[in-house]
Design a protein around this ligand. Structure first.
Ligand code: AKG
Length: 372
């Protein structure tokens, strides 16, 4: 992630450094500071009993583009298979992440995210927006993991660094491919329609961060929250959630829907910047992670955005006299700024007119958002 974006993260530290990082393995009961009730995140609680499920799309299917368009419009999220990321690489990144989170807390804290830093070990970045604490640990990687990994594994850091670098390289390629599928499904097909994609349309200058999340087994999962409801500030996010379920998405009119792990599958969600680019046609999806009494859980999110200098605005092909642009142009930095200041009102605070369909932005009616 280019430095300017990092500067912006630095300008908005959202992690309560004063809180001591717990050793979750030593907690036999849920401390009160971790006990959530509905008021604390203001969204419907519990799983919905629904037959609806998040769409699953085989990227080798000739109808994948139409499927993606429909999924983005109706859910803001979908799973993909046959995505081209080798299973061996997913296994390796999972192994590295498990290895990282299983280190003793004092060792992980050697690579703690600094007060004004972006990368490293720490609480969920959204923690400071909520009064209750989340039952999770995170590790953010922006740029090279070398420095922090050397602190974690002084003897054998390089093999873990190689895994992360390879994973980021493959994720970048997949994200570029998904961008063209999403754009194509909106009717934006020519390379020159997205200047910052570059002449070959490879999105070479895109920015990204890798977020490793770990949710320890929890003595009282019904009252705990792994990661509170939020939308991502990205264009799109690619999530690998290994084999334990925990991810839930909020579906309008239905409630929270669990996204079951699909072997080898990846979850793709629409972020706020895609919401803006699509002029609200592809809504960014509210999601959260719940925890489990017997199993710990791991997830790895690739947060993908435009080059930092690029302003994202509703695409000219999607606006017209009957479809005015709903949002003003913003760079990723400006949007992160807005998100850090306005929390739940980030999308609506960059909105310049009310949608003709009268729908509010997804996170407008509540107090919780992320700068993820
Ligand atoms: O762990 C999950 O399933 C969700 C992770 C997530 O939402 C994030 O990293 O922003």
């Amino acid at each position: 992630m280019p430095s300017r974006l990092s500067d912006d993260y630095r300008a908005h530290p959202v992690h309560p450094q004063q809180l001591k990082h717990p050793d979750f393995t030593s907690l036999q009961e849920l401390p009160e500071s971790y006990a959530w009730n509905q008021r604390d995140d203001d969204y419907p609680s519990g799983d919905s009993f629904t037959t609806e499920s998040v769409p699953s799309i085989d990227l080798n299917d000739p109808n994948a583009l139409q499927g993606i368009g429909h999924a983005c419009k109706t859910w803001g999220v979908f799973q993909v298979t046959n995505h081209g990321i080798p299973a061996s690489l997913l296994d390796m990144v999972e192994f590295t992440s498990r290895n990282l989170f299983s280190l003793p807390v004092h060792q992980k804290l050697k690579a703690a995210r600094s007060h004004d830093g972006v990368s490293g070990f720490g609480f969920a970045r959204i923690s400071s927006f909520f009064s209750k604490r989340m039952w999770s640990e995170g590790f953010t990687i922006v740029g090279s993991p070398d420095e922090h990994f050397r602190q974690l594994w002084p003897q054998n850091y390089s093999k873990h660094c190689d895994v992360i670098k390879e994973y980021k390289k493959e994720m970048k390629k997949l994200a570029g491919r998904l961008m063209w599928l999403m754009l194509g499904s909106l009717g934006i097909v020519a390379k020159q329609d997205i200047k910052w994609a570059g002449t070959k349309g490879e999105f070479k200058e895109s920015s990204a961060a890798l977020q490793l999340n770990y949710y320890p087994a929890c003595p009282d999962p019904d009252r705990a929250m792994g990661l509170a409801a939020h939308t991502d500030s990205t264009l799109l996010t690619i999530l690998y959630q290994s084999s334990t379920s925990g991810l839930q998405v909020l579906k309008e009119g239905v409630g929270w829907v669990t996204v079951p792990p699909v072997p080898g599958g990846l979850v793709i969600n629409v972020g706020d910047l895609m919401h803006i680019l699509s002029n609200g046609s592809y809504p960014s999806v509210l999601h959260r992670a719940i925890v489990n009494r017997t199993h710990h859980r791991l997830s790895i999110a690739y947060l993908y955005g435009p080059p930092t200098s690029v302003k994202i605005s509703p695409h000219p092909k999607l606006v017209g006299p009957t479809n005015p642009p709903l949002y003003r142009p913003v760079t990723w930095n400006e949007y992160l700024d807005t998100k850090a200041k306005h929390f739940n009102k980030a999308l609506s605070s960059v909105r310049v007119c009310v949608p003709l369909n009268g729908l509010v932005d997804v996170n407008e009616h509540n107090n919780s958002v992320t700068v993820g």
